[in-house]
Design a binder for this molecule. Structure first.
Ligand code: IMP
Length: 500
């Protein structure tokens, strides 16, 4: 297929920045949904393999191909569109049913000739029992619900740590072993299932017996037999052959099980250090690595948990998107809404709700997996300093920068106050206190011209360049990519930005 000129130029610019290192790890920055899918889709042109090392079907990485086709990767890495070998690493939880649905969608979007796909033999395997456990856990938490994606990520991780459940390899060995594993899991969870039936949370007939779970799994298992292998071994061999690899984190550091806002997190390693852990490659293999953090110009959060720079309200944001589906589709209603909110904002009369709704609609901020409306926050320098400390980025990609077009100015959180005291830069309070911090806000100038789709640094308005320079100076990490729209080529590459 011919590569359009605009993309050719982008690839050669990217080659200058990323070409010298064989490995790249891409992570988010805040609480996910930051446009990693698009960034990985573009960058994977430079790599032979794309490897997911964490998360599971709850993640949703969206990419749009140059001819306008959209694909949401929940389990399959985003390198699929550029035909890299796609590896579902050991740190990723495997959901057979959902994988097959995704595979069908991938074939619909990219055609029948997909690149090689590897699924790790030792990844934890989703069953109906994990799903039931998640329903029970969310139910029992009452007001402390996590509002998960419903893909049983917590139970998959938790039961793995409790040394229960199944691995992908159980689908292919002795059926007796598979059956034993399922029966053990069923026995362990049965008291909970009985209680769920007693409380009317599920019906008895919805709790499948091990034999039925086994039958369902074995019916689908042959469809993936050709993909399953010891990926840790395969990746080790690929390292020996100096194959260029791109590692794709799920979500973002704010949802990391250790470093995020626990308990309001997902259950995997979303920081860069998750790459060796979630692939089985030793640290030694990563000596030549570049770490790229993807940061949204305006962070978002779905589900529960602290969000210090949040503009409005989580539930109201969710409700707003549910009640106004028309605004999230192209058309007159959307244009009128955006126009009137922007006028309000620039006349200094906007309330937090107006800002939040404006950005939610402008950015089509709906969850890729759940469709939930995402709540919006201001850029948060305190959080940036924290995640830079724990993630060690070489570079940043700033996505959705076009969303600031047309604004006179935008608030940016530059500090937190807790109990009347300003916290030091680099400090991060625990989750309970993070709910209570008061953000300290500064107004940063924006620009009038719409930069949607812009792919040249020199074409940016001067105020937009100043915004980037100022941010770069504060965080001390070069911003080498600037996203200005959902398409692959809507990206500014700054080859002149200095390496960290
Ligand atoms: P879980 O990963 O389904 O257990 O969800 C735990 C928390 O992480 C919930 O607050 C989810 O909303 C959030 N979460 C999980 N995956 C994503 C994602 O891909 N984007 C944004 N939030 C996510």
């Amino acid at each position: 297929m011919r590569v359009p000129l605009k993309l050719k130029r982008l690839y050669s610019q990217l080659q200058k920045i990323f070409g010298r290192n064989t490995m790249l790890i891409v992570t988010g920055t805040y609480w996910g949904d930051e446009g990693k899918g698009k960034v990985i889709d573009l960058l994977s042109k430079l790599y032979k393999m794309t490897i997911r090392f964490s998360g599971g079907a709850g993640a949703g990485h969206t990419l749009v191909t140059p001819d306008g086709k959209k694909f949401i990767g929940h389990l399959i890495p985003c390198g699929i569109a550029q035909l890299t070998t796609c590896v579902l690493g050991r740190g990723e939880f495997f959901d057979l049913k959902r994988f097959l649905v995704e595979l069908r969608q991938a074939k619909k979007v990219f055609g029948d000739t997909l690149p090689p796909i590897w699924i790790d033999r030792f990844s934890p395997l989703w069953t109906e029992y994990h799903q039931l456990l998640e329903i029970w856990l969310e139910f029992s938490k009452k007001k402390g619900k996590i509002h998960t994606t419903g893909k049983a990520i917590g139970p998959l991780a938790g039961l793995k740590s409790l040394r229960s459940g199944l691995k992908v390899r159980h689908l292919f060995g002795d059926h007796k072993i598979l059956r034993n594993q399922l029966e053990a899991l069923y026995r362990e969870l049965k008291p909970l299932f009985d209680e769920m039936v007693r409380l009317g949370i599920v019906r008895r007939k919805d709790i499948l017996l091990p034999l039925h779970v086994q039958q369902k799994l074995l019916k689908d298992a042959p469809k993936i037999a050709g993909y399953v292998k010891d990926t840790a071994r395969g990746l080790y061999d690929a390292c020996r052959a100096k194959v260029r690899m791109l590692f794709e984190a799920a979500q973002a550091p704010g949802l990391d099980i250790n470093m995020g806002t626990w308990p309001f997190v997902s259950s995997g390693h979303s920081v860069a250090a998750g790459a060796p852990l979630g692939t089985g490659l030793s640290l030694k293999e990563f000596k030549d690595v570049v770490i790229l953090m993807v940061m949204k110009a305006l962070p978002t959060r779905v589900g529960a948990g602290p969000f210090p720079s949040e503009i409005w309200d989580r539930l109201m944001s969710e409700r707003f998107s549910q009640q106004n589906p028309k605004l999230f589709k192209k058309g007159r209603a959307r244009e009128n809404f955006l126009g009137s909110k922007l006028a309000l904002i620039n006349s200094d009369l906007a309330k937090p709700k107006d800002w939040a709704q404006y950005f939610q609609v402008l950015g089509y901020e709906l969850g890729a997996t759940t469709g939930r409306g995402r709540s919006i926050g201001w850029m948060d320098i305190m959080w940036l300093h924290y995640t830079i400390r724990i993630n060690g980025p070489t570079y940043f990609a700033l996505t959705r920068f076009d969303m600031l077009s047309g604004l006179d100015k935008v608030p940016v959180v530059v500090g937190y106050e807790l109990d009347g005291k300003r916290l030091e830069i680099g400090d991060m309070p625990d989750t309970d206190n993070l709910f209570r911090v008061k953000p300290i806000v500064e107004m940063w100038p924006c620009w009038k011209d719409d930069i949607y789709g812009c792919a040249n640094w020199k074409d940016l308005p001067y105020a937009a360049k100043q915004f980037v320079w100022k941010l770069e100076k504060i965080i001390g990490v070069p911003i080498v990519l600037i996203g200005t729209g959902p398409k692959r080529d809507a990206m500014i590459v700054r080859t002149a930005a200095k390496k960290n």
